[in-house]
Write a protein of this length. Structure first.
Length: 430
């Protein structure tokens, strides 16, 4: 397959799929597909609620499609239109369920959909984060079943793990090196050439799909373990009445010290991917020690924060059942609207168990999305005074707030999870 003959369909238009569709649309004929019709309607109006793409770039490639059949981007929820394309890139979510086990439902549904429309010599490339072996062991059988084609003779596969960093306007898609792979050496070359045509930072062609899958899994597992170490230090130093950030600043004066910061570890990658790697490991008979211990520490940080806030309130002689708290931020990271797997929810739920009235304010998060996903009604603006103010997400807009003016009394406390606020105005931080 020559690059000039490639027509690309992107399956899933979220934080990963949309930036990919826009970049590929500058050089190829691209169809952005999503089963969510309201998402398609918004995109056709040049509206992106994820804020991941430049709307002028998106409009440019959309206009390009209207005047040129060889390049440009169109959006649809129609499965029939997919039949006109020959390379399919799957960017659907791969979450975990309530038991912290991988949920492959969206991935397998996407594979079933594609299995019904792929033709001879078509290529299906997966970007969704999975455990090593998932593409060939779980997705390929579905493609074979519904297509009636044989893998590596009728159709082919590739895997190129997404490396999108939501909210990051510096390290964008084209500026992050991309790992690529294919189900045969020839297809690996095609996949690598395809991504090389848009990725300015270059590509790394892995020797197999499994290697590419594993590389993504360990990227986030490594970061998770490093943060869990610092979070465990925070638990220890709290008992010693030592500020963890002060310790990290001192240790960081050594050239080879890795300065990770304590915090809530959520999001669509770091808080999820280690469980994918762990499950595959357990299936093969090895129970991972380090990976799962790190996850346990990080999963319990919301509980620690909430209990620390309650203890501080009690020390100030506040009657807990009559206190009111303000949580600043609900997204999983700063300056972006992404609420997937936000661990701020753990803090909120634990505070509510103490009968504390909790208000949540976040200028980035979509209120309807927060309500639908977590059942939480956010406030539109800050109008009250509070006994506890908890800085949960370091949105730059929060620096504009007069935090001290939000305190109900001298007994009110300010807790800074992110180490973001001026130390003069806080009572404690993680």
């Amino acid at each position: 397959m020559k690059l000039k003959n490639i027509k690309i369909a992107i399956i899933g238009l979220g934080y990963v799929g949309l930036p990919l569709a826009v970049e590929f649309g500058k050089k190829y004929s691209v169809l952005g597909f999503d089963i969510n019709q309201s998402r398609i309607d918004e995109l056709n109006l040049n509206i992106d609620r994820t804020n991941e793409v430049d709307i002028y770039s998106m409009k440019f490639v959309m206009d390009l499609a209207k005047s040129n059949q060889n390049t440009g981007l169109t959006f649809t929820s129609s499965v029939d239109l997919l039949k006109n394309y020959n390379v399919f890139i799957v960017t659907v979510p791969t979450p975990i369920n309530q038991y912290k086990s991988p949920d492959l439902t969206p991935l397998l549904k996407a594979s079933e959909l594609l299995g019904k429309i792929i033709k001879n010599d078509d290529i299906v490339i997966y970007e969704s984060t999975v455990y090593p072996g998932c593409t060939e062991e779980d997705c390929v059988p579905v493609l074979e079943k519904y297509s009636g084609l044989k893998f590596n003779t009728g159709f082919y596969c590739g895997y190129s793990p997404e490396r999108i960093n939501p909210g990051d306007k510096i390290n964008t898609l084209v500026k992050i090196k991309k790992v690529t792979s294919g189900s045969t050496p020839e297809i690996a070359d095609v996949v690598d050439s395809l991504y090389s045509s848009i990725i300015e930072a270059g590509t790394h062609k892995a020797p197999s799909i499994k290697v590419a899958e594993a590389s993504k899994a360990i990227e986030n597992a490594q970061r998770d373990v490093n943060i869990s170490f610092v979070n465990e230090l925070a638990l220890i130093f709290d008992r010693m009445d030592i500020d963890t950030n002060d310790v990290l600043d001192a240790a960081a004066t050594k050239w080879n010290f890795l300065k990770f910061k304590p915090g809530l570890v959520g999001g669509h990658c770091i808080g999820v991917d280690p469980y994918y790697l762990a499950q595959k490991s357990e299936i093969l008979g090895y129970h991972p020690q380090v990976i799962l211990s790190g996850r346990r520490v990080n999963d319990n940080m919301g509980l620690f924060v909430a209990n620390k806030v309650v203890k501080l309130l009690i020390e100030r002689n506040n009657l807990i059942a009559k206190t009111k708290a303000l949580v600043l931020g609900i997204t999983f990271k700063e300056n972006c609207p992404d609420i997937r797997n936000s661990k701020v929810i753990d803090v909120i739920e634990e505070l509510c168990k103490f009968k504390i009235q909790v208000d949540i304010y976040d200028p980035y998060a979509d209120k309807q999305e927060v309500f639908e996903q977590y059942g939480i009604q956010m406030i539109n603006s800050i109008e009250s005074k509070y006994d506890a103010i908890i800085l949960a997400v370091s949105h730059t807009e929060f620096l504009k707030l007069n935090i001290l003016d939000l305190k109900r009394s001298n007994n009110s406390i300010v807790y800074d999870i992110k180490g973001f606020l001026d130390r003069k105005i806080i009572d404690s931080r993680l």
